[in-house]
Design a protein around this ligand. Structure first.
Ligand code: PLP
Length: 330
């Protein structure tokens, strides 16, 4: 399959395909955020997804759509974060071999996170580039299939299932705030939502430190940005200079883009804990950060995607205790 345009039909098929592989996550109304904003605010609690983020949707869809030859040889990836976890779990559930390659600089808790979901971890070299060389070798010499974190037809279609779910749970939603890194999530969600109601606003949110999609949209082509330490660590990295899908969809379908500071992200993590009783990671909190900071002002009925919950609990404790954590100096 090599079609260039992702449609709602692809997302509906994905939903069917992954129906037993993922859970339908709940939506709750936030009294505190609604009052603050003067408009009803719904939180889509995707940090409660199996493996702690929506990445399982795309990974499951891609894995369940492999042909029998590809299944035999297995899948490989380089992500040490939520995509790696999703891939590892989806592969182990499907009984498919999965190798995640990483450099020796990756901290032990991340290695353990991936291993606990059933993947083989291969530690190679001193950098992400060294890990990528091993991935390329596994693809060319061992016929394994590389599954990237966002710029892939089945990954985007899988993430889009979150949009279908959200529209069923909040049928009258008028605006949706979505965390953005490479843009797989917002692309899938935007296709799903705009196909049903183009008037619904799709609002992207990233951190100020190293927002590659935002910089690329501004430049009107994919650009490199310096990767900086941030509390929203799942939103780091580029969108790929040879981006195939997500940049074009983002250009077409994103209505507004907001950047939030480290301090605003910390405030959002605190708010989520003390006011909503939610433990969420920085990347999952950027929509709340946009609201709390006043940068997201809307009179429309809003849904905020809380995209993930995989935060180091020691770091989380320090943030909610009021410590002014600067990850650049950690
Ligand atoms: C990957 C990720 C994102 C961003 O997803 P993209 O598809 O890369 O834009 C947002 N939040 C969390 C928790 C993630 O893991």
């Amino acid at each position: 399959m090599n079609r260039s345009r992702i449609t709602i039909a692809d997302i509906e098929q994905a939903r069917e395909r992954i129906s037993t592989a993922v859970v339908q996550t709940p939506v709750v109304q936030s009294a505190a955020l609604s009052e603050l904003n003067g408009v009803c605010v719904n939180l889509k609690l995707e940090h409660l997804q199996t493996t702690g983020s929506f990445k399982l949707r795309g990974a499951s869809n891609a894995i369940l759509n492999l042909d029998s030859e590809q299944r035999k040889y297995g899948v490989v990836g380089v992500s040490t974060g939520n995509h790696g976890r999703g891939l590892a779990y989806a592969a182990s559930q499907a009984g498919i071999r999965c190798i995640i390659c990483m450099s020796s600089l990756v901290p032990q808790n991340k290695i353990d996170g991936i291993k606990s979901h059933g993947a083989e971890v291969r530690i190679v070299g001193q950098s992400q580039d060294d890990a990528q060389i091993e991935v390329d070798r596994l693809v060319s010499e061992e016929n394994m299939t590389m599954l990237p974190p966002f710029d892939h037809f089945d990954i985007i279609s899988g993430q889009g299932t979150l949009g279908l779910e959200l529209l069923e749970q909040v049928p009258n939603v008028e605006a949706v705030a979505v965390p953005v890194s490479g843009g797989g999530l917002i692309s899938g969600v935007a296709v799903a939502i705009k196909a049903q109601n183009p008037a619904i606003r799709v609002i992207g949110v990233s951190m100020e430190r190293g927002a590659a999609m935002h910089a690329s949209l501004k430049a009107k082509h994919p650009v490199l940005v310096e990767e900086l330490p941030t509390l929203a660590d799942s939103l780091g990295g580029g969108i790929g200079l040879d981006n195939q899908y997500t940049f074009a969809i983002a250009q077409d379908l994103i209505d507004e883009f907001i950047l939030v500071s480290e301090d605003e992200i910390a405030q959002a993590i605190r708010h989520a804990y003390w006011k909503e009783r939610l433990i969420i990671e920085g990347s999952g909190s950027v929509g709340i950060a946009a609201l709390l900071s006043g940068k997201l002002q809307t009179s429309k009925l809003l849904a905020v995607i809380v995209s993930g919950g995989n935060i180091d609990l020691n770091l989380h404790y320090r943030i909610i205790s009021g410590e002014n954590v600067d990850v650049a100096n950690e």
